[in-house]
Design a binder for this molecule. Structure first.
Ligand SMILES: [Zn+2]
Length: 334
């Protein structure tokens, strides 16, 4: 079944989308925190080299309302994502709030993420990537192998979903959810990687671990030497140790050394830019590079010699001609 193209759904094209950004919108403190975490997660995925231009998507369920989730405006680079630009959509595809009418969300993004949020109420965040290592392992018949300690984190369960073409058919949601099952990660065959978490931080860490396991597997296989596989019992023991350590929080979540906001804001505070509490007005929601590019100061001069990572990442975003033009399309790859 193809998605509906009626008014008000995520499948709506620009001609029937809201003609102007909504003037006001009330958000809860919980949604504010989720927006900040999610925007920071986009920045970190980019920093860790796991972004793919404007493609891919990360979503977070809006706390207190299981039917709504936040996702990126299709057309923005991950480095441009802010807490206030994220689009709120419900599981049926209706856009609840979109501060920038020239953008909408990616249709495959809606299909993939609504599938998981709809089937797994325990999931707070869904993360999907197209990294070279992830795509390479997704094309291996053997899938992810427990070749090292990092990979053994997933020895107990990885979902696999066969490629059906670009995910624009809502019927695929049922198969996506079934293939993920109760796992934390899923390899989309001939496509890429997917990770979930009960928090945004947990999803990020799951994806970062999975990505590293894929990279290491490819390095190992490229050596051309016979593999030394661990005993299944050892892999299972390591899986139990790594999945449940360190000691979980009282709510069952696991503490992680780098929750998204901290490293992201340390590099670029704009990642978590949000208005003050209360009702949000349009002028505060528009991405700065679109609204007033002339107001953005030039980046500071780089020190001589090899630039360090914080210097590069702390520079304000440069206004770009493409940032002033709509780039959204509902039929892009996801
Ligand atoms: Zn994809």
């Amino acid at each position: 079944m193809k998605p509906d193209h009626t008014n008000g759904t995520v499948m709506t094209n620009r001609s029937t989308a809201p003609s102007a950004p909504q003037e006001t919108a009330a958000i809860t403190d919980a949604e504010r925190r989720t927006r900040i975490d999610l925007a920071a997660c986009y920045r970190l995925i980019d920093l860790f080299g796991m972004s793919d231009m404007i493609l891919n998507h990360i979503s977070a369920r809006v706390p207190g309302d299981d039917e709504h989730f936040l996702i990126n405006p299709f057309g923005m680079m991950y480095e441009e994502i802010t807490a206030s630009c994220l689009i709120k959509v419900d599981l049926a595809g209706k856009v609840i709030h979109n501060p920038n009418a020239q953008y909408t969300i990616n249709l495959p993004g809606y299909v993939i993420h609504s599938a998981i949020h709809g089937a797994r109420p325990d999931v707070a965040c869904v993360l999907h990537t197209h990294t070279p290592a992830g795509m390479a392992v997704s094309a291996l018949q053997c899938g992810l192998l427990p070749l090292n300690q990092t990979a053994m984190r997933f020895a107990g369960g990885v979902g696999y979903h066969d490629f059906e073409g670009v995910a624009v058919d809502v019927d695929e949601r049922q198969r996506l959810a079934a293939n993920l099952g109760s796992h934390d990660v899923m390899i989309l065959r001939n496509h890429g990687l997917l990770a979930i978490g009960r928090t945004v931080a947990e999803a990020f860490v799951n994806m970062q671990r999975l990505e590293r396991a894929c990279q290491t597997q490819l390095l190992t296989l490229s050596a051309g030497s016979p593999l030394h596989m661990p005993a299944p019992a050892v892999a299972e023991r390591a899986y139990q140790q790594l999945r449940h350590a360190p000691t979980p929080n009282p709510d069952g979540t696991h503490p992680h050394p780098a929750p998204p906001p901290r490293p992201a804001t340390a590099m670029d505070p704009s990642a978590t830019a949000m208005p003050r509490r209360g009702r949000l007005r349009r002028r505060r929601w528009v991405f700065p590079a679109i609204r007033s590019p002339r107001s953005i100061p030039p980046p500071p001069a780089r020190p001589s010699g090899r630039p360090t990572l914080p210097v590069r990442c702390s520079a304000p975003l440069r206004p770009s001609p493409r940032s002033t033009k709509p780039r959204a399309s509902m039929n892009g790859r996801g």
